[in-house]
Write a protein that binds this ligand. Structure first.
Ligand code: CTP
Length: 401
């Protein structure tokens, strides 16, 4: 599918080892139908040749203010106006610093300063450089200036050190670009609460009861709702996910109690709540202040007490708000889901299939059946969680019509 058909992208490349991945990113943009103009810094050319980039993009690469042979002036202003989106990948510490301070000493920065379009950067550098207060200060300046940061991931770096600073993979950058261009206005003006992830119920300071929920489904819903213009509050249990959209208000919690407190506050203001969190049904009656020592116990019985039911609590005071719940059932799937929808005052319930190996915890795909309180229901095939999020929000929008 040519999701970027006809879009003009300026791909900025600065001088870091991750520049070798920019060729693949460029290829992905072209395959998705975009027209791409590469602008590379002088140091960038040390890491990847303009010949490779020109061949892949089908356009001469811009790097200097003046073309070497003809002396022709490259207009950064024209480029800035041409672009529908500017993506700088990799963005080195130096480029980030120059962007934050308007140091226009190369073609990439002058193009950035002239760009009327949205700008995304994918930082890449060594972990200490990323963690340095000056880099972090520059990043938050850029965020305030409206630049979208595709946060680096953790892993092995070119220095062989392990930590945060790896440029996001080209596939993830493409996903973020597609997300940007798929933005609609269909949920503009709506406030939406999403709960996501597991909850952890502490036994003592180092142990807890939890579950395998990754939060991926809830995060995909929050991102898709934000991409449709909604004002999103995401209350999430402990997960290792970043929120792609900076407009999402993210509240990190740990236990079901904390999730309830945060959700109740956000619920007052919202038009709809989508409850995808896998809330622990029980928590230890008592959380020990210090670590339980093995030699002091000869086996133990942990007394559990029921956690609050967040869905039912919100359902009891929902008035005209739309409430969407999830169900994961092992038997009598359909009937149990309908029963759950009624019991918790949901307007719509998303039944996760347990039959399909492509569905469930920690997967990137899911298969669902969406049942509405008017009795209508739609079975969907297995899809990516992002596509499932889109189906869920299409159904949610029916309630606002
Ligand atoms: N839910 C919630 N708070 C809880 C438990 C569940 O908000 N304490 C929400 C979930 O986010 C989901 C829906 O309720 O949207 C159904 O979750 P599920 O675990 O299937 O429901 P339970 O009431 O725990 O039922 P079961 O006995 O099947 O576990």
């Amino acid at each position: 599918m040519q999701s970027l058909k006809g879009k003009h992208i300026v791909l900025g490349i600065s001088g870091g080892i991750a520049a070798y991945k920019s060729a693949y990113l460029l290829r992905l943009f072209i395959k998705a139908g975009a027209e791409v103009q590469v602008v590379i810094t002088p140091n960038g050319k040390e890491f990847i040749t303009p010949a490779t980039l020109a061949a892949l993009s089908g356009k001469p690469v811009v790097s200097e203010f003046f073309a070497a042979n003809t002396g022709e002036w490259h207009s950064h202003v024209d480029l800035g106006l041409w672009s529908d989106l500017m993506v700088i990948a990799p963005a080195t510490a130096s480029t980030i610093g120059k962007m934050a301070n308007g140091v226009a000493d190369n073609m990439l920065i002058t193009t950035y300063l002239s760009a009327k379009s949205h700008v995304m950067i994918a930082p890449a550098m060594d972990l200490d450089m990323w963690a340095h207060p000056s880099t972090q200060r520059n990043i938050s300046t850029l965020q305030k200036d409206g630049v979208e940061i595709i946060m680096p991931s953790s892993g092995e770096l070119a220095s062989h050190l392990v930590g945060k600073g790896r440029m996001q993979e080209p596939d993830e950058i493409l996903r973020r670009v597609e997300l940007y261009f798929s933005q609609k206005e269909s949920l503009k003006g709506k406030k939406i609460l999403v709960t996501a992830g597991p909850t952890y119920e502490n036994i003592d300071p180092v142990r807890f009861i939890g579950n395998y929920s990754s939060g991926k489904m809830g995060f995909a819903i929050a991102e898709e709702a934000a991409a449709r213009g909604a004002d999103v509050t995401l209350v999430t249990g402990p997960v290792s996910l970043d929120t792609a959209c900076q407009s999402i208000r993210r509240i990190d919690v740990r236990s079901a109690r904390q999730m309830l407190d945060a959700a109740e506050i956000a619920f007052e203001e919202c038009d709809a709540a989508i409850l995808s969190a896998a809330v622990a049904d029980y928590a230890p009656e008592e959380c020990h202040d210090s670590k339980i020592k093995r030699e002091k116990t000869d086996g133990m019985i942990l007394k559990l007490v029921k956690n609050p039911d967040i869905a039912a609590t919100l359902g009891a005071k929902k008035k005209d708000k739309v409430l969407v719940g999830f169900a994961l059932e092992t038997d009598h799937e359909h009937d149990n889901a309908v029963e759950k929808m009624k019991k918790k005052s949901f307007d719509m319930i998303v039944l996760n299939s347990l039959q399909n190996p492509l569905a469930g915890f920690n997967k990137d795909t899911n298969q669902v059946c969406i049942i509405k309180k008017d009795g209508s229901e739609t079975e969907y095939p297995a899809k990516s969680k992002r596509e499932v999020a889109s189906d869920i929000l299409d159904n949610l929008e029916d309630f606002f019509k």
